[in-house]
Design a protein around this ligand. Structure first.
Ligand code: PLP
Length: 373
């Protein structure tokens, strides 16, 4: 018996006939870039997030990079400006900042949620600070009420990294509709996944949306007229069509993830294992969290992972090495973020996904409860 971490094949098989139909439609249309499929998906995804504009791009990293690029083109940011970002994130969040010659200023997360700690933000604001990049890690919104109020007080731009949080909400407002802009990834393993690479920006700012539409297409709104030096970062018609099929089922998939999370939360009772949402299980939190990942903590993490693997359960670590300790960021290697570093040593992501069956979840729970050090 093996329980996979995430079964992408099974996920897409559920919608096989609709996906094949949509793919066939695009093949037969003779139109492969920048057409009706993209427009339809952009409208539907904007409606899903509750925002005015969604702009499809090639991947999630580009979504973040291009928002910061657009703000530079619009005169809102310049080289060397500081962007506050959580130390505890996937490296893409930081890469988007350094790719734009902006300076990342890392801050520790909140110990309960692992998301950016608003109190730490205030402490690192300088006269060069221009933006906050808030990450909704594992499918839970960062404390956006506090983040937005700090940003308002200090006149800062807010970019959300929503790559793990499609549909997550707080006070009825979804990821992608809190900051001045948000980047989404549709990498196949994300909660809304394409059958290849894809991403999008959401925003309510018309000027920003307009600039992004030019930037993703060589800086051109109009063929052969280039207003800014852009890039090629487009979401093609086939991926847009695949995403539009899968978007219809996203709410149902999120419900299934919530059911699994609530089984783990109620079932796992081992003092060696710390569950997420340390403040305790409450209904409101389940309504907001989309459980891209179910991340537990364990001091004997490597032993627990091996024990589960020997029993046929595949787990992953998100993430083993924090960005500031990566070789790619030698200039940051000397920095110390003890909580972030501890999190990276202790986290383990249990199997989670829209096709994971209840019996498998129960087996994982039983194994976790039988783990001894
Ligand atoms: C996946 C991910 C990204 C990058 O998305 P890609 O589509 O792989 O470029 C950015 N930030 C976070 C937090 C992610 O999980």
């Amino acid at each position: 018996m093996t329980i996979p971490f995430l079964d992408l094949k099974q996920i897409n098989q559920q919608y096989r006939s609709e996906l094949v139909e949509a793919c066939t439609r695009v093949i037969d249309s003779g139109w492969y870039i920048g057409g009706n499929e993209l427009e339809k998906f952009e409208q539907n995804f904007a409606a899903f997030c509750g925002v005015k504009y969604a702009i499809g791009v090639a991947n999630g990293l580009d979504a973040l990079i291009l928002v910061l690029r657009a703000w530079k083109e619009l005169g809102k940011l310049k080289d060397g400006d500081e962007v506050i970002v959580p130390a505890n994130t996937y490296i893409a969040s930081i890469l988007a900042i350094t790719a734009n010659n902006l300076t990342p200023v890392l801050v520790e997360p909140d110990a309960g949620s692992f998301n950016i700690d608003p109190e730490s933000i205030e402490k690192v604001i300088t006269d060069k600070t221009r933006a906050i990049l808030a990450v909704h890690l594992y499918g839970q919104l960062a404390d956006m009420v506090s983040v937005m109020s700090i940003a308002d007080r200090h006149n800062l731009l807010v970019l959300e990294d929503s790559a793990q949080a499609h549909g997550a909400s707080k006070n009825g407002v979804r990821a992608g509709n809190w900051g001045h802009a948000s980047g989404f990834s549709f990498y196949p393993g994300k909660n809304l996944g394409a059958l290849g690479d894809a991403g999008a920006v959401t925003t309510n700012d018309a000027a920003l949306a307009d600039m992004l539409k030019a930037l993703r297409n060589y800086g051109s709104h109009e063929k052969y007229k280039n207003l800014v030096p852009g890039v090629n970062s487009r979401l093609d018609e086939i991926q847009a069509a695949m995403l539009d099929v899968k978007l219809k089922y996203l709410e149902a998939e999120i419900s299934h993830r919530r059911q699994i999370a609530s089984m783990y939360m109620e079932g796992i009772k081992n003092p060696l294992i710390t569950l997420p949402l340390q403040q305790g299980v409450n209904a409101a939190e389940y309504e907001q969290h989309v459980w891209h990942l179910f991340v537990i903590r364990c001091e004997k993490r490597d032993e627990l992972q091996k024990y589960l693997l020997d029993a046929g359960v595949q787990t992953l670590i998100h993430y083993p090495v924090p960005p500031h300790k990566q070789q790619a960021y030698k200039e940051m290697n000397h920095l110390s973020y003890p909580l972030t570093e501890e999190i990276h040593q202790q986290v383990l992501s249990l199997p989670m996904g829209p096709t994971l069956d209840i019996e498998s979840v129960q087996q994982v729970i039983n194994l976790c409860n039988a783990f001894k050090s």
